[in-house]
Design a protein around this ligand. Sequence first.
Ligand SMILES: [Zn+2]
Ligand SMILES: [Zn+2]
Length: 143
Amino acid sequence: MPDATTPLPCPKCHGAMQALDGYGDAVVHRCRGCEGMWFEIMAHEDLREHAERIDLNAPKAPAADTLRDPSAPADAPLLCPACTHYPLIHMVDPHQPHIRFESCKFCYGRFYDAGEFRDYVDDSEYDTAFDRLFKAVAGKRMG
Ligand SMILES: [Zn+2]
Ligand SMILES: [Zn+2]
């Protein structure tokens, strides 16, 4: 793995992602280009209370409630910035299915687009009709 002083390549725009200082063991990198964020394993949980400082962008309203198969092939494969050659998998937040982030199944890092991390932390925002439908279906499956 690259050391902390080497900027990671942004999986989305290939800009340089710089590690943010001051969060102890929780490691997060932010892209200078698109301002997306890369969280190392579990850092997205540890850094919830810092979302306003880490994520420079306000959450964007989802464009529309469009059902999209999350297992569908991506338009272009995104590669894990830490593992460098493993493709990231597209994930849907189970509590807010309009949030689609990317995750690496090898290092468990996660990439959130600009604005998505704040949205993730504030789970009251933009709870869309799609989210409610998804929860209803998931609830039925569980029992
Ligand atoms: Zn970027
Ligand atoms: Zn990885």
